[in-house]
Design a protein around this ligand. Structure first.
Ligand code: SF4
Ligand code: SF4
Length: 227
């Protein structure tokens, strides 16, 4: 799939999610950053888009904050969400993940604000809570929204099925290199060589039976996207 088509599809996916999330009753605000930790993951397609947009506004230097942070504890996925869905559906053994503890604030936070807020990946966009996490100590997300979030993560990975996924701290510096961008545009980026995991084609959507009717209008919008 051509890169331009993938980027167009990603824009449309974000728009559909924005319309869905606009109807949610959540406590989230741009200046609320308790959920901004070192555990954010994203796909190479999202990373490419972020780098492209930062380059266009002369702010690619923001990514420099992510270099030389090997000591920073973070969640590094071992299998992608579509691969996980396939393993679970087949009742196969799922590789153990490292625990997703809260290890510290996201290095893209400055003065309590996200330096890439307008470009932030889906993993940040979908982190919502009905109550302020500062008061509760955890995100309070309803089960249906959690199912919707999973579906969007699966679809984004599917659009980027020739690409990779990984922690934001690992992936953005990779995608900010000219060589990686060229390799990615030709579907030749080697995930393992870059410390990332391989993306998978979508075969099984992880939607619990009780949400299948309610989620159908959203799925119908997603089906209209040419991917
Ligand atoms: S998920 Fe929690 S910490 Fe993040 S913006 Fe929403 S209320 Fe704030
Ligand atoms: S990229 Fe921005 S929105 Fe996402 S975790 Fe980091 S500071 Fe928060």
């Amino acid at each position: 799939m051509e890169l331009e088509k993938k980027l167009t599809a990603l824009d449309r996916i974000y728009k559909i999610y924005d319309e869905f999330s606009a109807g949610l009753d959540v406590a989230c605000e741009k200046t609320c950053t308790h959920c901004c930790t070192t555990n954010v993951t994203l796909t190479t397609l999202e990373g490419y888009k972020i780098v492209d947009q930062l380059t266009a506004v002369g702010k690619l230097g923001i990514i420099d904050r992510l270099t030389d942070l090997p000591h920073l504890k973070r969640y590094q996925p071992r299998v992608s969400i579509n691969r996980l869905a396939e393993l679970v559906a087949a009742d196969a053994k799922v590789p153990p993940e490292n625990p997703a503890e809260t290890w510290g604030p996201c290095p893209l936070l400055k003065d309590e604000l996200c330096a890439i807020y307008d470009q932030r990946p889906f993993g940040c966009r979908c982190f919502v809570s009905r109550q302020n996490c500062a008061a509760t100590g955890f995100a309070d997300i309803d089960d249906f929204t959690a199912s919707v979030n999973t579906v969007f993560l699966q679809i984004i990975e599917h659009v980027d099925r020739e690409g990779c996924s990984g922690n934001l701290i690992d992936l953005l510096p990779v995608m900010s290199s000219d060589n990686s961008q060229r390799a990615y545009a030709k579907d030749e980026l080697k995930c393992e060589d870059s410390g990332l995991i391989v993306n998978w084609q979508l075969k099984v959507l992880m939607i619990p039976p009780e949400h299948r009717t309610q989620i159908e209008p959203i799925l119908e919008q997603l089906r209209q996207i040419k991917i």
